[in-house]
Design a protein around this ligand. Structure first.
Ligand code: ZN
Length: 348
């Protein structure tokens, strides 16, 4: 079964502004790396498709959808760091729609896992506004599709971008059908995502935030994945796993202050594949968020895809090291908080 990919030069047609870090170059370098990658034969590239108004409307207000549509054909600025170019609207619709189709392909068993290598990113976009380089919230739109159109009842959204996915959290903080897990640098943009934000109303306990100081390495992230995310995710029993896959926690990233290497991304992918094997085989779908050192991002994406293809040498070594490493301080605090909602931590 091939790995599903969404990648196309059209995703380089969105320009966020002159000299903007969220640049088309990110995908140019990635596409070159993919073409030279020996694993490419184990993937299938899906046709592109624009998201419909109905699909966007499950997440975004009609005012927001109209505001983005009005940017078509011109340059505009939606907030101090979120700009658009003449084709941004069209490209953003393709990013969201193609991710939905990739999810459907995984759900129907036509592909095994997948990754949408799209721009613009999405996880900061809230129901009513664009922010943080994001126009439409791709991952939230995909999750909402799986719930509303495909009848799923439990979707896990993992966000390993170095920034907190405030938009995604906004969409689902009251919804027990979506378990939202974010590990992010704090303090950092956008300033949201404290440990104490655990969701509200019927969604209480279904938001898990793990803010960490900069400087954290692969083993710190993996201990959070193994000791916190894994037991809660297994209790949740996801029918689908979506990932807001930013690569800006990489040690070479100019915006993030974390110290991840490509092996760390392979390790996190392996943890999710192991959960999926038990609850939703073949249904781990990533969508690109941030990642501003194009070569480091490309190496990290290939590390993820190799892991999908079953080459887990890098991931296994990294996980083994993590199991013996000292956990980050935040782990005990996060477990104590989540223990109120999930009876999966012995002794808590
Ligand atoms: Zn980011």
């Amino acid at each position: 079964m091939p790995i599903g990919l969404v990648h196309d030069p059209i995703f380089q047609e969105h320009q966020a502004g002159d000299f903007h870090v969220e640049s088309p170059r990110r995908l140019e370098v990635l596409d070159q790396a993919l073409q030279a990658w020996p694993g490419l034969g184990g993937t299938v590239s899906l046709p592109l498709r624009a998201a419909t108004a109905e699909e966007l409307g499950r997440v975004h207000t009609s005012n927001h959808i109209k505001r983005i549509a009005a940017t078509q054909g011109r340059y505009s600025s939606l907030d101090p760091d979120t700009g658009t170019s003449p084709r941004s609207h069209e490209v953003a619709l393709l990013a969201a729609g193609s991710l939905i189709d990739l999810c459907d392909a995984a759900l129907e068993g036509r592909v095994q896992h997948g990754m949408a290598l799209v721009r613009p990113p999405g996880h900061h976009a809230t129901p009513e506004r664009a922010m943080g380089f994001c126009l439409f919230n791709n991952v939230a739109i995909a999750a909402a599709h799986l719930l509303a159109a495909r009848g799923l009842e439990r979707v896990l959204v993992v966000d390993w971008d170095v920034h907190h996915g405030n938009g995604t959290e906004d969409c689902f903080s009251r919804d027990e059908r979506v378990l939202y897990f974010s590990v992010h640098q704090s303090p950092m943009y956008p300033g949201t995502g404290p440990l104490a934000m655990v969701g509200s109303g019927p969604g209480l306990g279904y938001t898990m935030n793990v803010p960490m100081m900069g400087g954290q390495e692969d083993s710190h992230y993996l201990r959070i994945f193994l000791d916190l995310l894994d037991p809660v995710a297994r209790a949740f029993a996801p029918q689908f796993i979506l990932v807001s896959a930013g690569f800006d926690a990489h040690r070479e990233d100019p915006l993030g202050g974390m110290q991840l290497r490509q092996a760390g991304y392979a390790g996190m992918t392996k943890v999710l594949m192991d959960i999926a094997r038990e609850f939703c085989p073949g249904r781990v779908v990533l969508t690109l968020e941030g990642g501003y050192q194009p070569a480091a991002q490309a190496r990290s994406v290939l590390a993820v895809l190799n892991t999908f293809l079953g080459d887990t040498v890098l991931a296994d070594a990294c996980l083994e090291t993590a199991r013996q490493a000292k956990p980050p301080e935040v782990l005990a605090k996060a477990k104590a908080i989540m223990a109120k909602y999930w009876a999966v931590f012995p002794g808590l």
